[in-house]
Design a protein around this ligand. Structure first.
Ligand code: KG4
Ligand code: ZN
Length: 357
């Protein structure tokens, strides 16, 4: 029997198993992360090795350095995840790995590692979409949360408003026409001289600043729920450069607060439009946030106020599960397994894997 035929049989048997435990690996960018997740909801272990120190010197992720560091760290984080859960590889029911989107070399390291383990241990391998992982961080935070709900996905590469119709079933409602929110935060932080990764640093600095110090433009976008951050970013860069050229000191906290407010206000506005349309259509929407930017304090405050005002349930992922981790991949994998999504040993990394079209 081929590897895939055996894996299919095992996956079928898992449908009736009480406790399904998945070992998941995430290596799409600059975190090498492994976790063991039970039934898509319970974290038995969650180990994250962050490479930030290695990339900080260069002001951003250096793909070659990331791949090499993943290669060195993969075995270690997997061993730690197993040890923390008190399990061996044989106790695990299935393996899961992020296969896209992300940096090709970084993804390949993880995919190769898990294909090797799956073959050696004779376990099913579940391929996971990184952004589906981010959405699933909510299932770990809220054990009773079930689709359908709306989700604002805001990460380094995505700014999408989606309808999560079912597990693994997404419908696009709106998206950015240019930069992703996290990307914009990182660029704005760099112009303020803040080290990589910029998003969390701008967020921290902004807490002490005046969000109305600098008025940034509201962009024109095509779709009703679309957004755009490129104009806001350019206006911000021009304002900062202008101050520098005039020899003025940079009020960094005020600038950070103004930029953060402009980005979050736009995300809030589009989400509000969607929620109001849903309510008017007689639906009962619920909203979840996902992705690295969902850790942003201002975004969380604005969304909390919005949902309170509209009487809409809001789900905010646990802060430590907002940015990249293996737990979210293990949660998404459980629901993919139930749908029968299994990889064979030809699984490849897909750096530009689309989320929804
Ligand atoms: O979801 P994520 O960890 O990786 C991707 O899949 O892209 O997101 C990383 C992005 C980075 O751009 C980072 O600067 C941003 O999320 N980020 C934040 C915050 N924490 C992380 N941006 C704004 N405020 C934060 N607190
Ligand atoms: Zn991510």
């Amino acid at each position: 029997m081929s590897y895939l035929e055996t894996a299919r049989k095992q996956a079928e048997a898992l449908k009736t198993k009480d406790k399904v435990r998945i070992l998941a690996l995430e290596t799409s960018c600059d975190e090498t992360a492994a976790a063991i997740i039970e039934n898509g909801r319970v974290i038995l272990s969650n180990i994250i090795f962050s490479q930030i120190d290695l990339h900080e010197l260069y002001g951003g992720v250096v793909p070659e350095i990331a791949s090499r560091a993943h290669m060195e760290a993969c075995d270690r984080v997997i061993d730690e995840a197993l040890a923390k859960a008190g399990m061996t590889l044989q106790d695990v029911d299935a393996l899961a790995v992020t296969y896209g989107p992300g940096l090709v070399g970084a993804l390949l390291t993880g995919v190769s590692c898990m294909k090797g383990l799956a073959f050696a241990a004779g376990k099913p391998l579940i391929p996971v979409h990184h952004i589906e992982g981010h959405v699933s961080a909510n299932f770990l935070t809220y054990p009773d949360l079930e689709p359908p709900f709306l989700c604002l996905v805001v990460s380094g590469g995505h700014s999408h408003l989606v309808r999560v119709a079912d597990y693994g079933e997404y419908h696009l409602m709106g998206q950015t026409g240019d930069d992703a929110a996290g990307e914009a935060f990182d660029k704005a932080a760099r112009v303020l001289g803040l080290p990589y990764p910029g998003g969390p640093r701008i967020d921290k600095l902004a807490e002490e600043g005046d969000p109305h110090f600098l008025k940034l433009p509201t962009p024109k976008v095509e779709g009703r729920y679309d957004c755009s951050f490129s104009g806001v970013k350019t206006a911000f860069l021009n304002a900062v450069h202008g101050m520098e050229q005039r020899g003025e000191p940079l009020p960094k906290a005020d600038l950070a607060a103004s930029f953060r407010f402009a980005v979050c206000d736009q995300l809030r506005e589009k989400t509000e439009l969607l929620l109001r349309d849903e309510l008017e259509a007689g639906r009962k929407p619920a909203l979840a946030l996902a992705g690295g930017v969902s850790a942003n304090r201002e975004l969380r405050r604005q969304m909390t106020a919005l949902c309170e005002k509209l009487g809409v349930p809001l789900y905010l992922p646990r802060i430590d599960l907002c940015t990249d981790n293996g737990a979210m991949i293990g949660s998404a994998a459980y629901y993919q397994l139930r749908r029968g999504a299994l990889a064979d040993l030809s699984l490849n990394a897909v750096p530009a894997l689309p989320f929804v079209s």
